[in-house]
Design a binder for this molecule. Structure first.
Ligand code: HEM
Length: 416
């Protein structure tokens, strides 16, 4: 058997991307009161989401003309009109520098062609099989060390690791390499704030994946990379640069978001014990609990588009050449669609779908996988940690961040 390639660590091993990422994400405790104020002022507001909620300078985009688009109908309009609101120009200066030529940085017709191929690998019938074979063993392995202790920090010891480990298992990574993988996955997105380690991390992940692809093409197995390396749609295979960029993106798009989503789900339930009790006793409530958590505190509060032609929304003009902060968080807390929108309530009766996975052509490819992961994780925690509750002697969980939100700790107690 050929040895898997080795992923090289950053040259400066003292560089801690997790700390820098925390600084870049900011410590904004609650953007929603201000978002409600802004929504009351209009649908299109001049300025950038980042500037509104953090003092961290935006070296890549800060000097460009930007507006925020707010409210459910307007955000949905932007996401579903890709001929006006484009991805390529919006993401080339930031995510494109980190990941390369990936689907998020593409528009039709290129996007349609490649997306079709990736999507096939993440269809519900494909990912549901990974629940048992990949997700459950990862979840069990992470829980074992704290099971007998009667207490844990579910962020530090569980949610921050399990979605990444699911990806490592999918790409059959050597477990000893997991810490370097996680570090480089986070470091690569720091290109968007100008950190030189971002380019270094992208380069090293690229070299690693190129070698892995070469091996898998020569000797394909049943894993995700072998599948992507050999899959065809309309007689076409994925070019290496597109596939390698996708794999780079997967580290963050699949790992970081699900970590945040699961942390928010647990926070919502643990801070509303009556809802936690209802879900514990009736697991058929899990899907609606997941959707409510993603609506309430979706991990991706805002995304970008580039306005390619002069247009207007709600009679408010947006000029061609403007970068559009498409504030998903405002859509999901729009009181005209979700009454009492700041309340976490898994029993709410919704008439529209939340936009935490976006909408339109770039709708999250991994949403079925994310749901499988979150369902499996929650079931395992409820099954194996009886009387799960917040630790009354520790600070209550506080969700922070302006763009990518998550609590830093989630201290819990349970019966042993
Ligand atoms: C709770 C977890 C997740 C959330 C909240 C989430 C959210 C999102 C959002 C909002 C977008 C669209 C961004 C935009 O249009 O600008 C997106 C796209 C994407 N997501 Fe997810 N995601 C999650 C999990 C995952 C997972 C597990 C994967 C792994 C396969 C994944 C892969 C992707 C990819 C590849 C795209 C780009 C799609 C495209 O541009 O066509 N995501 N996600």
């Amino acid at each position: 058997m050929t040895a898997l390639p080795k992923l090289e660590d950053l040259t400066d091993q003292s560089f801690d991307p997790f700390q820098i990422e925390k600084l870049s994400t900011g410590d904004c405790p609650d953007p929603y009161p201000r978002l409600h104020e802004l929504m009351a002022q209009g649908t299109v507001i001049e300025g950038s989401y980042r500037k509104e909620f953090t003092a961290v300078p935006d070296v890549q985009m800060g000097h460009l003309p930007q507006v925020m688009v707010l409210g459910y109908d307007a955000v949905l309009h932007v996401l579903t009109h890709p001929e006006i609101f484009r991805n390529k120009e919006a993401f080339a200066p930031n995510l494109g520098r980190s990941f390369g030529n990936t689907v998020t940085v593409m528009d039709a017709p290129e996007h349609t062609r490649f997306r079709k191929i990736f999507q096939k690998a993440f269809l519900p019938q494909v990912v549901s099989k990974w629940g048992e074979t990949i997700v459950d063993p990862v979840v069990a392995r992470l829980m074992d060390p704290f099971m007998a202790r009667g207490e844990a920090d579910l962020i530090e010891e569980f949610t921050h690791h399990y979605p990444f480990q699911v990806i490592y298992a999918q790409v059959e990574l050597d477990p000893a390499q997991a810490p370097v993988f996680h570090k480089l996955a986070i470091a690569q997105i720091l290109s968007s704030i100008g950190a030189p380690q971002g380019q270094e991390a992208s380069g090293k992940l690229g070299t690693f994946f190129a070698e892995l692809l070469r091996q898998k093409r020569g000797n394909p197995g049943g894993d995700l990379i072998s599948h992507l390396a050999t899959v065809e749609a309309d007689g076409e295979r994925l070019p290496d640069d597109v596939l390698i960029s996708f794999l780079r993106q997967l580290m963050n798009a699949g790992g970081d978001t699900t970590y945040r989503g699961t942390s928010v789900l647990l926070t919502g339930l643990l801070t509303h014990p009556e809802q936690l009790k209802a879900v514990t006793e009736d697991r058929s409530l899990i899907p609606q609990a997941i959707d409510e958590a993603l609506r309430w505190e979706g991990p991706v509060a805002s995304t970008f588009r580039y306005c390619a032609v002069d247009t207007e929304i709600n009679g408010q003009p947006i000029k061609a050449g403007t970068f559009v902060n498409t504030v998903i968080g405002s859509a999901n807390r729009d009181p005209s669609k979700f009454p009492d929108p700041d309340k976490f309530d898994i029993f709410r009766k919704n008439t529209v779908r939340h936009l935490a996975f976006a909408s339109g052509p770039h709708l999250c490819i991994g949403q079925h996988l994310a749901r499988v992961e979150m369902t499996r994780a929650l079931n395992a925690l409820l099954d194996r940690l009886p009387n799960l509750r917040l630790d009354p002697d520790k600070p209550a969980p506080a969700i922070v961040g302006h763009l990518l939100r998550v609590p830093e700790h989630l201290w819990v107690k349970f019966d042993t």
